[in-house]
Write a protein of this length. Sequence first.
Length: 190
Amino acid sequence: LPYTERVAFESGNQNDVPFMFSINANDTPDPTNTAINVFPWMAPLCSANHYATYFTHQPAGWKAQGVEAYHAAELAYVFNMPESVITHHLLGLVIDPGTGDSLEIGDLNGNGVTGSQGDPADIFASAGFDATDQQVIDRMLTIWTNFAKTGDPSIDGEIDYPLYDAAVESYVEISATAEIKAGLGDALND
């Protein structure tokens, strides 16, 4: 671009369309910093509705080990592809909070190859997807489908998405449930 992103918004040259961003509990620095430092000044410069989602859910097996929603974790739910967590682990995105390194996964199926050595069956089994994950998948599919169809991610009878307000940083946290909260920057800095 011939000018910065901020100049585009301040001069009204951005595409002023409904916008929803999603950030994960243990995301990488770039998206986290964008959610903290860019969206609060960007949203007031738009007339279209903006929404924010904070994704904190993890499948039961990894949650029990303290794994937090890493960069791209929500994609397994948005696209109804639980098996994609295998690739996430192989890419080193699934972090053990105790070591800060890739989560160690043993030989859960007894074939002599551990999940940490790349056995996809062990990786998938260690995640421990269950019925709660299917509920989160259904919720995420509905949120993103509603947003694509109408510009509003709300789900009738379940969640009325608040408009993102830079002053209170309103958002919906997606864990096993969907809950409206405020203070997204504070949540990301915890």
